[in-house]
Every structure is written in structure tokens, then in C-alpha cells.
Ligand binder design. Structure first.
Ligand code: IMP
Length: 430
């Protein structure tokens, strides 16, 4: 079996869409294992654009099985809407090519109301969530009061669960000055969608085990990025799931040895949406330049992304946290034309040098980046497909990044076009 996990190595938005698309064309099975419809991947295939939030990227290709694993939180409304939208573009979606884990937890309307209410309650210190109910749904999952896909098969149990869940949440909603949610209303909403949703439902780990036995190529499609991981990210300014590679195992029910190659998707500079620390953030002309040239606006919320220099300390940390064997470096072309490029090679905290990002939110906000400046290049790297087509300084930048992060570049992406990629090593060939 050959299998690859694609993991974001910064704060998400590293350009996973294009790389995942390239890899999914080679895979037999594409599986999502964490997050929900807070993710956003834009794929362009044969001139047609597809915006995916929850569906695995394999869905737009023929003869691929797409799986939504148990670790994903699923909004039934969002999923069915997305299925409808891709079907309208001529994509076939059926139980033959889409499998939804029966064990996945469902995002209900109450979770969205709570996500919004909790952000308001955080006052001047919001997380800047996508307001899609992700956090509250994972909270219910961990608190063991969540509703799962398989519960839709048992209306009586579902009703009981909703009554118990709303008893809990309505106290909170009342305290926030919001209307109580009627369990009957949620029950009716869910039962109306149940037949459609259940038509895709099944035991995902069994199907994956079968695929493994048959030697199929499996692509584990990560969402968000390492610094948004609930354990290893910039807590509390994180998402509510584990985004590191280990989650590919727990979020699908495959053993930890199922992933043969971990590919870290890494942007040639750094961006972040939402609030939280960001040591190399540039609140100046250069930051503006990167944002404009890199079209750094969120695909899910449309928010302007914060931009800054490449932070080699953060990415090295991500490489180690996920055991990344190589990276796909994206958006190198955005740096074209800069006289000088800075790379963060360490931090300074209270006069001491650090070569890792400290866990405390206080220290994370206080560290000062230590930069090394490298000479930029004037030539365009846009669309380069060979190393020979790259200016010497650009190659030097890439080589220096490899050295600093202690991982090789397996793929180098030089434009949003699929073929504008320099392939050093096919991650599926191990
Ligand atoms: P949540 O996942 O909606 O709870 O949001 C928590 C944090 O993760 C916020 O800072 C979001 O902006 C960020 N976030 C969630 N999903 C993504 C993503 O797909 N890309 C980048 N940031 C994300």
C-alpha cells in the first residue's frame, strides 16, 4: 500500500487545494479525517472551478472513493448543499463514490448559535472563528453528549439525546441572552435530512481496511494547519481538532502505520486568519505587497489574511510534530521582485535565544523574531516547471529553507496551475 497524508505546516491556507488535487489524481481513495466545513479548497479541473469545504477533493474525479472519516464534524445542511452544488456542475456523487462515517459527530444549528455567542462572550479577546459551529460540536463530542450520523437510524435515541443536549445548552443560551432551542425543532430538521444523509453512511474504517488490503493508494486530506492544532498550536487561538498527522489515524480508524509519507504543505511566506500571535507578521508595505500579490483573502469567510516573512522555526516545529518527510513549497512566485527577503531563524525572549516556539500564549506573543536577510531576485519564477527555469537566488532561498526546517522540498509550486509544479519526489512512490 502507498499512502500520503497532506498536512498544513503553518496556520492553514498554505495552498493545499492544488497539491491535494495533484495527489488525488493519483490516489484511489481520498479521506478527510478532522475539521469540518471551516476548511476551504478551490480546485480548477479542465477549466471548471469547484469550491469544496467538507467533501474530500477526490469527489470531483471519476473512479475515486471519497471518505469523510469519524474525526470530521459534519453539518448535514452544509454537506447536502455542497453535494447539490457539485452535482449541478456535472459531478457524480452517489453512495458508490462517497462514504460518510457513521461515527462522525453532527454539527447542529445550536452549535452555530453557540459559536457566535461564545465569540461575543470573549469580548476583546475573540478567537476569530469561522462561526461554523466547529468548536461547540467538538465540545459536545468530548463531553459525550454529541449526536452522531448513526443516531439518525434510531429516532427514539436521537430524540432523547437532543432533549438532554438542549437541557444543557439552553441554560447557556439563556445566560447569553439568546433564545432557547427546541429539541423538537432540531429533531424535525434532522429527520427531514436523515434519509439523504444515511444513504452515504457506512463503517469507514472497514472500507479503508479493505482498500489497504487491496493495495489501494490512499490520500489523507488534512485541513487547517499545524499551528491551529488544539494541542500543538497557538492555544487558545486554534481550531478544535488535532491537525497534526497523527490525527489521520485516529480520525479514520486506520493504524498509525497506515500513513507512509507525510507531506507538509508550506507557503514560501506566512499568513494567518483570525486572531492570535504571529511573530513574523508585517504591518507595513511588504505585508500589504504579499497580501495583494498572493491574493490572501480567506476562501471560507472572505477575511483578509495577515501576512509576514517565512518563519523557519515554526515550520521546523511542524515538521517534527507531524513527522513530515518532505514539504510542498507553494507560492514562491509571490516573492518575485523583492530586493531582500527575510527568514526568521530563531526567537529572542528576555535576552535569551530560542530555537522553538514556546507553548505559553504570553511568551508566544512576546517572542521577537531573529531574522536573516537573503538577497531577492528580479526574474519571474511564475510558472517555472524545472529548476533550470528558476533564478539562482530563488534556488538559494529554497535550499536555505530546507536546511533550516530539516526537511527536503518534494514539490515546488510556482502558480495556481496544476502543471506549474517542480516535482522532486512523488510522495506516492515510496
Ligand atoms: P474554527 O475552526 O472555526 O473554530 O476557528 C478557529 C481558528 O482557526 C480561527 O482563527 C480560524 O480563522 C482558523 N481556521 C479555521 N479553519 C481554517 C482554515 O481552513 N484555514 C485557515 N484558518 C482556519
Amino acid at each position: 500500500m502507498s499512502s500520503v497524508a497532506v498536512i498544513g505546516s503553518q496556520w492553514g491556507d498554505e495552498g493545499k487545494g492544488k497539491i491535494v488535487d495533484w495527489l488525488s489524481s493519483r490516489a484511489d481513495v481520498v479521506v478527510r479525517f478532522q475539521g469540518g466545513h471551516n476548511a476551504g479548497h478551490t480546485l480548477v479541473i479542465d477549466g471548471k472551478e469547484y469550491k469544496l469545504n467538507l467533501l474530500p477533493s477526490g469527489i470531483v474525479r471519476k473512479n475515486k472513493l471519497s471518505i469523510i472519516g469519524n474525526g470530521v464534524v459534519v453539518s448535514p445542511t452544509a454537506l447536502l448543499k455542497e453535494i447539490k452544488a457539485v452535482k449541478e456542475k456535472g459531478v457524480e456523487v452517489s453512495p458508490e463514490n462517497l462514504l460518510l462515517s457513521e461515527s462522525a459527530n453532527l454539527i447542529l444549528s445550536v452549535h452555530i448559535a453557540l459559536d457566535e455567542a461564545m465569540e461575543i462572550a470573549r469580548g476583546g479577546n475573540p478567537i476569530g472563528t469561522t462561526k461554523r459551529g466547529i468548536g461547540p460540536c467538538y465540545e459536545d463530542k468530548i463531553a459525550r453528549r454529541g449526536v452522531r450520523v448513526c443516531d439518525l437510524r434510531h429516532p427514539d435515541v436521537l430524540r432523547e439525546k437532543l432533549e438532554s443536549m438542549m437541557r444543557h445548552h439552553n441554560i447557556l443560551l439563556k445566560a447569553y441572552g439568546l433564545d432557547a432551542v427546541s429539541p423538537d425543532k432540531v429533531y424535525d430538521e434532522l429527520m427531514a435530512l436523515a434519509p439523504d444523509l444515511l444513504s452515504y453512511a457506512g463503517v469507514a474504517w472497514l472500507k479503508l481496511d479493505e482498500a489497504k488490503t487491496e493495495g489501494k493508494k490512499i490520500l489523507f486530506e488534512g485541513a487547517q494547519g499545524t499551528m491551529l492544532d488544539i494541542d500543538h498550536g497557538t492555544y487558545p487561538f486554534v481550531t478544535s481538532s488535532n491537525t497534526v498527522a497523527a490525527s489521520a489515524s485516529s480520525g479514520t480508524g486506520m493504524g498509525v502505520n497506515a500513513v507512509k509519507y507525510v507531506l507538509g504543505i508550506t507557503k514560501a511566506y506566512t499568513t494567518r486568519v483570525g486572531t492570535g500571535p504571529f511573530p513574523t507578521e508585517l504591518n507595513d508595505e511588504t505585508g500589504e505587497f504579499l497580501g495583494q500579490k498572493g491574493k490572501e483573502f480567506g476562501t471560507v469567510t472572505g477575511r483578509k489574511r495577515r501576512c509576514g516573512w517565512f518563519d523557519a522555526v515554526l515550520v521546523r516545529q511542524a515538521v517534527k510534530l507531524s513527522g513530515m518527510q518532505g514539504i510542498a513549497l507553494t507560492k514562491l512566485d509571490v516573492l518575485d521582485g523583492l530586493d531582500e527577503i527575510k527568514i526568521c531563524v530563531g526567537y529572542e525572549l528576555d535576552g535569551k535565544r530560542l530555537d522553538y516556539y514556546p507553548p505559553s500564549q504570553v511568551d508566544q506573543a512576546r517572542v521577537k523574531p531573529v531574522y536573516e536577510a537573503v538577497e531577492g531576485w528580479k526574474e519571474s519564477t511564475y510558472g517555472a516547471r524545472t529548476w533550470a527555469a528558476l533564478p539562482a537566488q530563488a534556488i538559494k532561498y529554497v535550499r536555505y529553507i530546507e536546511e533550516l526546517i530539516e526537511a527536503p522540498v518534494s514539490m515546488l509550486s510556482t502558480s495556481p496551475e496544476r502543471d506549474d509544479t517542480i516535482l522532486v519526489r512523488d510522495p506516492f512512490l515510496d
